[in-house]
Design a protein around this ligand. Sequence first.
Ligand code: UDP
Length: 317
Amino acid sequence: MKVLITGGAGFLGSHLAEAWIDRGHEITVLDPASDLKIRHLRANPRFRAIRESVLNREILEGLVAWSDLVYHLAAVVGVEHYVGDPYQVLTVNINGTQDVLTAAFRHQKKVVFTSTSEVYGRNTAVPFHEDSDRVLGSTTTDRWCYATSKAAGEHFCFAFARMGLRVVVLRYFNVYGPRLDQMDRGRVITIFMGQLLRGEPLTVIGDGVQTRAFAYVEDAVRATVQAGLRPEAEGLAINVGSEEEVSILDLAERMVRISGSASRVIRVPQEAVYARGYEDIPRRVPAVRRMREILGVRADTPLDDGLKRTIEWFKRQ
Ligand code: UDP
């Protein structure tokens, strides 16, 4: 198959490109970002990377026509952007998705759209099922622009599905692993990682009882590959995540223990890490029945194992 991955030079995309290359397919990555995370694939004749934005319609059109399957990962992601550059978040995430779907519809190509657990917002009824309500704050709080942009992308997916497009929506829950960007200030694991490596205290925001379920990237990628292959997934939203719920305080303590670092764990107010306009989510855990039954995948890498592999990777960098 010929597989197009928009945003394929990012964390998840680079692992996805590698997975499809390993399965013997032809991959094109469309991404304006540096190719650092995919440079090891460059020597492969079945791989090519095009350094362009998904908003370049002419190039996008040609690549969609070339492909058999489109993964649309290109998006502006990271809390610092939600509160720092909401215009860019909305433009790339909404208009880019509409453009990809329009091109895919014209050429009748299947699309897998990468959405996010953020769309559930601060709904307190965990675990989140795919048809759970979205509970979002006011539009005057910039933090919600990302969730809103991805939800708009999902609505576009379902609108195109009604017109006959084969499309799958995947909602990822806190995916982590090697190649997460240490400078990506939006993610707790990379922030803690940087602090560990520099011997600084780990900054737990608030009391640290807020929870997440972290999914190891290899598990998330297996689910993503299956979403591209299995017809049963078409027309659906499917959560991709782990059921192992941990508090952020627990996460910090585990990372200190596994890395053998001398760092302490401290509690800081939200403003010490994020700019104003940020609002935390107290609990986030996926319902994973669809992932298990429709995609046939479990995100069952234990957190300690995944953290160990991730910490080792960061230490080697
Ligand atoms: N967090 C933290 N310390 C930090 C960065 C984040 O305690 O230095 C917390 C944050 O408040 C949130 C959780 O870690 O409760 C996960 O944050 P992240 O930004 O990784 O992703 P989210 O799941 O909120 O989208």
